[in-house]
Design a protein around this ligand. Structure first.
Ligand SMILES: NC(=O)c1ccc[n+]([C@@H]2O[C@H](COP(=O)([O-])OP(=O)(O)OC[C@H]3O[C@@H](n4cnc5c(N)ncnc54)[C@H](O)[C@@H]3O)[C@@H](O)[C@H]2O)c1
Length: 358
């Protein structure tokens, strides 16, 4: 299999068994004042992210740096009351009251699944939430219940509109998950930008150049030198103007329509984020018998897998297949954590009175 990211430099990471990461994430969340239910979702999301992604993508234990800071200054509210502010046969809107984003998004996707079970489709918006973690985790919740799931969120302005050099839109990730007969769901989980500042910073630490289509310098230039991108850069969209268009429309759905912040205002200070999300669940058997759907899906998978590779011997991957392989490897050999993250978590755990297992 061709790895998407450069191989991890073992000198920059430490590896830990999955149960250690899972328990530590739960203990940290409880230490911050989360309920048991909130802590379980946060821990499951962060463990899943750590199994799937490169530490430079910043979706693992490093999320606790911001949780720790923002719970203290009121940007995140543990045990926040979640309130339904609109509802109908196939839709609902959740006021998250600054809850942990993982918990608010999970509550919304569970409601979307419930609505779809009865109406064929469920679409649930969330406003006044926080960073929801990885989009694929929320989409996977629907697939595990037998539904097709779609999750999206807006995020801090990091992407310039196509042709501009100042950021207005977020990386605004999408997760799509499709259940599969007798196999792990097929999960597309992607930001709408080519990369993120974390992976650019990681390349800089490793002394590597980056492709020149990841980001623009503050003065709007392309470069392969990551050092020029660490301050004031803007992330370039996937698919040029089309990725910018997807990000714009995602902000319309998640921010403008759901009553959350959008554009330049979302996610800009440490005390009030008001992030918006949209969760969609689709009932397969509203459209065709499940068995027939699964037969047809496997036919599509077989056709994709049989496509002629450009380089003889290369394997053609499904969306999410690389993450699944990485997950298996990490369950067997340990989850990588950035060595710098380990040291920065030590005082946080001590302050929260949480055992430090790393
Ligand atoms: N909550 C937020 O604000 C936020 C913002 C940005 C990203 N994220 C999360 O960060 C994570 C990483 O996102 P990303 O865009 O950096 O991921 P990525 O670029 O590493 O991968 C994106 C997708 O492309 C697929 N893919 C890549 N190469 C492939 C190949 N050769 N064949 C088939 N499929 C292939 C992957 O399986 C994955 O589904 C995601 O979980 C995303 O949801 C969250």
């Amino acid at each position: 299999m061709k790895e998407i990211h450069a191989p991890l430099k073992e000198s920059l990471i430490r590896r830990y068994p999955e149960p250690v990461i899972r328990q530590f994430a739960k203990d940290l969340a409880l230490g911050l004042g989360a309920s048991d239910e909130e802590a379980d979702v946060i821990s499951d999301g962060i463990t899943t992210a750590s199994l799937w992604w490169h530490p430079g993508q910043g979706q693992g234990l490093e999320k606790f740096f911001r949780y720790y800071r923002r719970v203290r200054n009121g940007g995140y509210v543990p045990r926040a009351r979640l309130t339904w502010v609109a509802e109908g046969p196939a839709y609902a809107l959740l006021e998250a009251n600054k809850a942990f984003g993982y918990h608010a998004a999970n509550t919304a996707m569970r409601r979307a699944i419930d609505l779809a079970g009865r109406a064929g489709i469920g679409i649930v918006g969330v406003r006044n939430s926080n960073h929801f973690g990885i989009a694929g985790y929320h989409a996977k919740t629907a697939a595990e219940a037998g539904f097709i799931g779609i999750a999206m969120t807006n995020a801090k302005a990091e992407m310039a509109p196509w042709g501009a050099k100042t950021a207005v839109l977020g990386t605004n990730p999408w997760g799509w998950a499709v259940p599969r007969r007798g196999a792990y769901p097929i999960i597309l989980d992607m930001a709408l930008t080519m990369s993120g500042i974390g992976m650019i910073a990681w390349a800089h630490r490793e002394g590597r150049q980056v492709p020149d289509d990841l980001a623009l310098t503050a003065d709007g230039r392309r470069t392969t030198n990551p050092a020029e991108l660490l301050e004031g850069s803007t992330q370039l969209p996937i698919g040029r103007a089309k990725g910018y268009g997807l990000s714009f429309m995602t902000d319309v759905l998640t921010g403008v329509l759901m009553g959350a912040k959008f554009g330049l205002s979302v996610f800009q200070d440490d005390t009030h984020f008001d992030v918006g999300h949209v969760m969609i669940a689709v009932k397969i058997d509203a459209f065709m018998p499940r068995d027939r759907f699964f037969d047809r899906l496997e036919q599509l998978v077989a056709e994709v897998k049989a496509a002629a590779p450009i380089t003889p011997g290369d394997e053609i991957l499904l969306p999410g297949e690389a993450e699944q392989r990485r997950m298996q490897e990490r369950l067997a050999h340990g989850i990588p954590v950035d060595a710098e993250t380990v040291e920065k978590l030590r005082p946080i755990a001590a302050d929260l009175g949480v055992p430090f297992p790393l």
